[in-house]
Design a protein around this ligand. Structure first.
Ligand SMILES: Cc1cc2nc3c(=O)[nH]c(=O)nc-3n(C[C@H](O)[C@H](O)[C@H](O)COP(=O)(O)OP(=O)(O)OC[C@H]3O[C@@H](n4cnc5c(N)ncnc54)[C@H](O)[C@@H]3O)c2cc1C
Length: 402
C-alpha cells in the first residue's frame, strides 16, 4: 500500500496551491464586495477573471476522467485537488470549471449524451461558456426517494411536453445557466425504476419560469447561482433532447451521483482543514482569563479531535476514490455511501468547534466559518439525506448474513 500521491498529482497540487494562495483567497473579499454591490443575479466579475487565470494555467476540467473531454485524471488523482478547492468552495471549484452541478451534468452528457447533445451542450460547458442546472427535487413529493418524482414528460409527435414544479435546482439563476437536465416520468405505469426519463431543456424555452431562489440558512448562495424553484408549464422540446432512452432516468441519476459524492466529500475535507487552521490561529492569539485560548484543555481537545477526524475521513474518501478507479462505482457503493454519511458530519463538527473558538466572531460575516458551516450542513441533505444512505448501507450489510 502506497499513501503517497503520484508525480502528476503532486505537480498539480503544487500548482493549485499556488493558484489558491495568489488568486483565489485574495479574491474572497472582492467576491463579497461585488455580491453586495451588484444585482445578486448578475455574475460577479471576479469569477470570470479567476476562470481565465485557471484556464491559462491548465487548471481546468480536472474532474473529468474521460480523456476525450476532460483532464483524464483518475478519481484518486483528482480527490486531493478537489480537497484544495474546498478551502474556498464559493470560488475555487467554479474557477477551475469543476463546480457542481455542472460537473455531474457534464458527466451525464459525456456518458449518455448523443453526438448532437454533446456538441450543443457538453462542449460549451467544458469551455466554461455556459452553466447548467439539474432539476430533480420537487416541493410536493419526498424527493429523497427519486421514484416519487411527479413531473410529467409526455411524448407528442416529435416533441416532449413537460409539466411540473421543481425546487433546489442549483445554479438555475446563474446568468450563464443555459440548460437544465430535467427528470420526470414518461411512463407512470412502468416498473418503479423505469418510469423516469431525463430531458435537456434550454432555460429560455417558453413555459419555463424560474420563480425564486431558495435561501440556505438565510444565505442567498448567489455565487453558486442560487437554488431555484422552477415551474415547467407545457414546455416543448424536440424528442432528440431525451438523454439515453425512455425509462433510463433513474439509472442515469444514480450514475450521476457517485463521483459527485466523492467531489463533495473531498471539498468538505478542505473546508474542515481551513476551519482547523483558523481555529488554531485564533486560539494562539486570543487571550482570555490571562492566557491564550490554545492553553485551555478543552480547546486543545477540539484541535486534537479535529485532526483525528479529518485524517480518518480523508483516508476513507481516498480509499473510495481508489475503489471507484479499480472496481467501478458499483463496486465502491458501500464506501460511497459511507463517506456521504461520515464526511459532512465530520466537517460540520470541526466547523462548529472552530466557530465556538472564535466566539461571536465565528457566526459573523467577518469570518468564512458561518457560511462554510451552512454549506457543510446542507450536504447532510443534498445528494440524499444521511438516513437514506444509512438505511441502504445497513440493508446491504445485513444481506451478507441473511
Ligand atoms: C443546498 C442544496 C442544493 C441542492 N441542489 C439540488 C439540485 O441541484 N438539484 C436537485 O434536484 N436537488 C437539489 N437539492 C435537493 C436535495 O437533493 C433534496 O433535498 C434531498 O434529496 C432530499 O429530498 P427532500 O428535501 O424532498 O426530503 P424528503 O424526501 O422529504 O425527506 C425528508 C427527511 O426524511 C427522512 N427520510 C427520508 N427517507 C428516509 C428513510 N428511508 N429512512 C429514514 N429517514 C428518511 C430524512 O431525514 C430526510 O431528510 C439540493 C438541496 C440543498 C439543501
Amino acid at each position: 500500500m502506497d499513501f503517497a500521491h503520484d508525480a502528476t498529482t503532486e505537480q498539480l497540487r503544487r500548482e493549485l496551491l499556488e493558484f489558491m494562495e495568489d488568486f483565489v483567497l485574495p479574491a474572497e473579499p472582492v467576491l463579497a464586495r461585488q455580491l453586495a454591490e451588484a444585482d445578486p443575479w448578475v455574475k460577479p466579475k471576479v469569477i470570470e477573471e479567476l476562470k481565465a487565470e485557471a484556464r491559462r494555467r491548465g487548471l481546468w476540467n480536472l474532474f473529468l476522467p474521460d480523456r476525450e473531454h476532460g483532464a483524464g485524471l483518475t478519481n484518486l488523482q483528482y480527490a486531493p485537488l478537489a480537497e484544495i478547492t474546498g478551502r474556498s468552495p464559493h470560488l475555487a471549484p467554479e474557477a477551475l470549471n469543476c463546480a457542481a452541478p455542472d460537473t455531474g451534468n457534464m458527466e451525464v452528457l459525456a456518458m449518455f449524451g448523443s453526438a448532437e447533445q454533446q456538441r450543443a451542450w457538453l462542449r460549451p460547458l467544458l469551455d466554461g461558456r455556459i452553466r447548467s442546472a439539474f432539476c430533480m427535487t420537487e416541493p410536493e413529493v419526498a424527493s429523497s426517494d427519486a421514484t416519487n418524482i411527479a413531473t410529467r414528460i409526455r411524448r407528442d409527435g416529435d416533441e416532449y411536453v413537460i409539466d411540473g414544479r421543481k425546487w433546489w435546482s442549483s445554479g438555475a439563476m446563474n446568468p450563464e445557466c443555459a440548460v437544465f437536465i430535467v427528470m420526470g416520468k414518461t411512463d407512470p405505469g412502468a416498473e418503479r425504476h423505469r418510469q423516469q426519463s431525463m430531458v435537456l431543456v434550454p432555460r429560455d424555452t417558453p413555459g419555463v419560469r424560474v420563480e425564486r431562489g431558495m435561501r440556505v440558512f438565510g444565505y442567498d448562495d448567489a455565487s453558486h447561482g442560487g437554488h431555484a424553484e422552477v415551474v415547467f408549464e407545457g414546455v416543448r422540446v424536440p424528442a432528440a433532447n431525451l438523454i439515453g432512452g425512455e425509462g433510463d432516468g433513474f439509472a442515469i441519476a444514480q450514475a450521476r451521483l457517485g463521483p459527485g459524492r466523492v467531489h463533495h466529500c473531498m471539498r468538505l475535507i478542505g473546508m474542515a482543514e481551513r476551519a482547523l487552521e483558523l481555529m488554531c490561529r485564533r486560539a494562539l492569539e486570543r487571550v482570555a482569563f490571562g492566557r491564550p485560548l490554545a492553553e485551555q484543555g478543552v480547546v486543545r481537545e477540539w484541535i486534537a479531535e479535529s485532526r483525528v477526524r479529518i485524517e480518518q475521513a480523508r483516508l476513507l474518501v481516498l480509499k473510495t476514490a481508489w475503489l471507484m478507479d479499480t472496481v467501478g462505482n458499483k463496486g465502491a457503493h458501500t464506501e460511497i455511501q459511507a463517506i456521504k454519511i461520515a464526511v459532512p458530519l465530520m466537517a460540520e463538527w470541526v466547523l462548529d468547534k472552530a466557530i465556538q473558538a472564535h466566539g461571536a466572531a465565528g457566526v459573523s460575516q467577518d469570518h468564512p466559518l458561518a457560511e462554510l458551516w451552512a454549506s457543510a450542513r446542507t450536504l447532510r441533505l443534498a445528494d440524499g439525506p444521511d438516513e437514506v444512505h444509512r438505511v441502504s448501507l445497513a440493508k446491504r450489510e445485513l444481506k451478507r448474513y441473511a
